[in-house]
Design a protein around this ligand. Structure first.
Ligand SMILES: [Zn+2]
Length: 323
C-alpha cells in the first residue's frame, strides 16, 4: 500500500493520520500541543505524532510516500517553518516543520499550508461537489479562508492569501483586532472576540441582560444560547451576523466562488445561527452570483484531511492530480 501522512497542527492539539492512496484514513494519533519550552518541542511532538500514527498503521515512517501539514500561522513557506505564533507562549518563536518531517519520512514530498488553505484542499478532494471555484471559511479562535480560483489554491506571498479575518469590515474601527489594527472582521466575530465585542457594546448602551456581562464570565457559546430570549444577546448576534455577511460578501466579490464551506468551532457549534443570517443578508449585498453557503461535512477533521489530501495531490487537492 502507498502510505501518505497528514498533520493538523493546532494551538491545542496535534493530530497525525496515515491514509492510503485513495485518501481513506487508516490510522490516527492525537496529542496535546506543547506550550514550550521552545518551538523545537512542538516540532518533536509533530514528529512523534507521525511516528505513532505509523505504528498504528503497522508501517515505518520511511514507508510514507508524501506528507502534508496544515498549521496555524504565521509561516515562512520558503523556510518551511511557523514563526512567532500568536496563540502559543512567546518562548515559542520558530517551529521548523517541513525539514524535520522530510528527514523522518525520507522524502522531500512534504507540503505546508496554513490551516484554512488545508481546509479548502480537504473540501476539494473529499467533497461530493468540488468545483474549481470554492472557499473554505473557518470561524474559530480566528477567522480565515482557503480559496480555490480556476482550480488553483491561492497561496500568495508567504502563504498569506486568504487572511480574510483581517479584512476591514468596520471603517469606524469600534473593535481593535489581535493584530493591532482596528475594524478587522475577526475582532468582532471570532470565538475569543465575541464576548469582548458584547462587553464593548454593553458599555456603549448598558441595557438589561441576563448575561453576566459585568463579571465578563461568559463565552461566545452563552451569546448563542441566550440569543432569541435575551434582547441584548439577540442584538449582539444580529451585529455579528451583519459583520459576517459583510465579510462573506467581500469574499464573494473578490473570488467568485460557487460554494463557501464554513467550518471552525463557532460555526460547527451553532450552524444555523451562524449560516442562515449570512444567507439571508447576501441578497442585499452581492451584485454577482450568490454562492451556496454550507457547513463543512468534515467537522474538526477538515484540516487533517486537507493535509492528507495535499500529500496525495502534490498540494493541489485536485483528485485528478493524484501522485
Ligand atoms: Zn487583524
Amino acid at each position: 500500500m502507498g502510505a501518505y501522512a497528514g498533520v493538523d497542527l493546532g494551538a491545542t492539539h496535534i493530530r497525525a493520520v496515515i491514509g492510503d492512496e485513495t485518501g481513506s484514513i487508516v490510522s490516527s494519533h492525537k496529542t496535546e500541543t506543547p506550550r514550550g519550552p521552545a518551538g523545537i518541542a512542538v516540532t518533536e511532538a509533530v514528529l512523534d505524532a507521525i511516528r505513532q500514527a505509523c505504528d498504528a498503521a503497522d508501517i515505518a515512517p520511511t514507508d510514507v510516500v508524501a506528507a502534508g501539514i496544515g498549521s496555524f500561522g504565521p509561516m515562512d513557506l520558503a523556510e518551511g517553518v511557523v514563526e512567532n505564533p500568536a496563540n502559543l507562549p512567546d518562548t515559542i518563536d520558530r517551529i521548523p516543520l517541513t525539514g524535520p518531517v522530510e528527514n523522518l519520512i525520507g522524502s522531500e514530498r512534504v507540503s505546508l499550508h496554513n490551516d484554512a488553505n488545508a481546509g479548502v484542499i480537504g473540501e476539494r478532494f473529499y467533497s461530493d461537489r468540488s468545483p474549481d471555484d470554492m472557499v473554505y471559511l473557518t470561524i474559530s479562535s480566528g477567522v480565515g479562508a482557503g480559496v480555490a480560483v480556476d482550480g488553483n489554491i491561492l497561496s500568495g506571498w508567504d502563504g498569506n492569501a486568504g487572511e480574510v479575518g483581517h479584512l476591514t469590515i468596520d471603517p469606524h474601527g469600534f473593535m481593535t483586532c489581535g493584530c493591532g489594527h482596528d475594524g478587522h472582521w475577526e475582532a468582532y466575530c471570532s470565538g475569543e472576540n465575541i464576548p469582548r465585542y458584547a462587553t464593548q457594546l454593553h458599555r456603549e448602551d448598558p441595557v438589561e441582560t441576563a448575561l453576566p456581562i459585568e463579571t465578563e464570565e461568559f463565552s461566545a457559546a452563552d451569546i448563542f444560547e441566550y440569543a432569541g430570549e435575551d434582547e441584548f444577546a439577540s442584538h449582539v448576534l444580529d451585529q455579528i451576523s451583519h459583520w459576517n455577511a459583510i465579510g462573506v460578501a467581500n469574499i464573494v466579490h473578490a473570488y467568485a466562488p460557487l460554494v463557501v464551506y464554513v467550518g471552525g468551532a463557532v460555526a460547527l457549534n451553532n450552524p444555523e445561527q451562524v449560516l442562515q443570517p449570512i444567507r439571508d443578508r447576501l441578497d442585499d449585498m452581492v451584485m454577482s452570483n450568490i454562492p451556496d453557503i454550507q457547513l463543512t461535512q468534515f467537522g474538526d477533521d477538515v484540516v487533517v484531511r486537507g493535509a492528507l489530501a495535499s500529500a496525495l495531490t502534490g498540494g493541489t487537492g485536485d483528485p485528478s492530480q493524484r501522485i
